[in-house]
Design a binder for this molecule. Structure first.
Ligand SMILES: Nc1ncnc2c1ncn2[C@@H]1O[C@H](COP(=O)(O)OP(=O)(O)OP(=O)(O)O)[C@@H](O)[C@H]1O
Length: 171
């Protein structure tokens, strides 16, 4: 049987990764955390210049994003449950995502965060490009409705409990 997907959408620095990792360990069934961050930041996958910039990113980007989207049904078909963090950036990106995920059990979570808090976190962490969070915040919640909406400033344990409860209630 195909696995189930919990998708967490929100601006950069909203706390998606933090939430997804906590959910992965709190959900009552085994879930894997899967993220574009693995390609972009965490693993040394992308070709880089000596200065550390991604080489030819405008060409690579659509292929990397589509490849990531295609990984999701493959992982689900193998029976893996997934909690995935995502930043929806364009209607085209969301259309491709929904096309690949049609027919799967997808639970959508939106993490809302005031721009001031996003920028505070972005600056404090120092490993994201300044301005990305503000740019995302302007559009990230305009592409879809959600099964559950969270406030990034609610304590993590409460947000985790809300997702677990809502996800279970929907079974
Ligand atoms: N509930 C929280 N309260 C305060 N700070 C938080 C909270 N959750 C996460 N943070 C901090 O905010 C920063 C961004 O968190 P995180 O990496 O989880 O965000 P993200 O939405 O996955 O970001 P990105 O999309 O850029 O990868 C980190 O420094 C993290 O420690």
């Amino acid at each position: 049987m195909a696995g189930q997907l919990i998708l967490v959408n929100g601006a950069s620095s909203a706390g998606k990764t933090t939430l997804c990792r906590a959910l992965r360990d709190a959900l009552p069934a085994p879930f894997l955390h899967f993220s574009l961050d693995f390609f972009m930041f965490d693993a040394d996958v992308l070709p880089r210049t000596l200065e550390g910039k991604i080489k030819d990113w405008p060409t690579l980007r659509p292929n990397v994003f589509e490849g990531f989207n295609r990984c999701l049904p493959a992982l689900l078909d193998a029976g893996n449950n997934l909690v995935v963090d995502y930043i929806i950036e364009t209607p085209q990106m969301w259309a491709q995502f929904t096309e690949f995920l049609r027919g799967y059990d997808v639970f959508l979570v939106g993490v809302h965060c005031p721009v001031e808090e996003l920028e505070r976190r972005e600056q404090a962490r120092g490993d994201r490009r300044g301005g990305d969070a503000r740019r995302d915040a302007a559009t990230v919640h305009t592409f879809t409705a959600y099964d559950l909406e969270l406030d990034c400033q609610t304590p993590l344990e409460q947000n985790v409990a809300r997702v677990v409860e809502a996800w279970q209630a929907r079974q």
